[in-house]
Ligand binder design. Structure first.
Ligand code: ZN
Ligand code: ZN
Length: 136
């Protein structure tokens, strides 16, 4: 439902309506002085988040170029924040970082002789291959 439809619903249904569309509407506009109309704070703000956990196994995809490195023996790459960059990406990025004095942003580096994929799986994720996705 897009924003305009949402507002149509919100203004056409009675203030005490508890349908899904009205719930979305309250979520969108926020509480008034009496709260979220017929909904409790918990109903609107929490509790109902769906958490999806995906086990990606040993799959390693570069966050920069989306290349699949799962079965690549290539060594190199680094981690910036929570993003992993493959050997191909990091070469150019490293130059940029040096140029702008931001090399400290590189949090972790792949040790020489270890493949990017093994390094990400064993040392960066430390065996935790689950990606948790929270839906609002
Ligand atoms: Zn309604
Ligand atoms: Zn890459």
């Amino acid at each position: 439902m897009n924003r305009e439809d949402l507002f149509d619903v919100g203004s056409s249904h009675p203030g005490s309506c508890r349908c899904d569309a009205c719930k979305e509407w309250w979520k969108e506009v926020g509480p008034d002085e009496d709260g979220y109309g017929p909904f409790t704070k918990e109903e609107i703000e929490g509790g109902e988040r769906k958490v999806t956990v995906i086990d990606v196994g040993r799959e390693v995809i570069c966050d920069g170029c989306n290349s699949d490195f799962t079965n690549s023996p290539e060594s190199g790459g680094f981690v910036v924040g929570s993003y992993c960059y493959c050997p191909n990406c990091c070469e150019g990025m490293e130059k940029e970082y040096q140029k702008y004095g931001e090399a400290h942003l590189i949090r972790l580096r792949c040790p020489e002789g270890k493949s990017f994929s093994d390094w990400i799986c064993d040392d960066v994720r430390k065996g935790n291959n689950n990606i948790t996705i929270m839906s609002a």
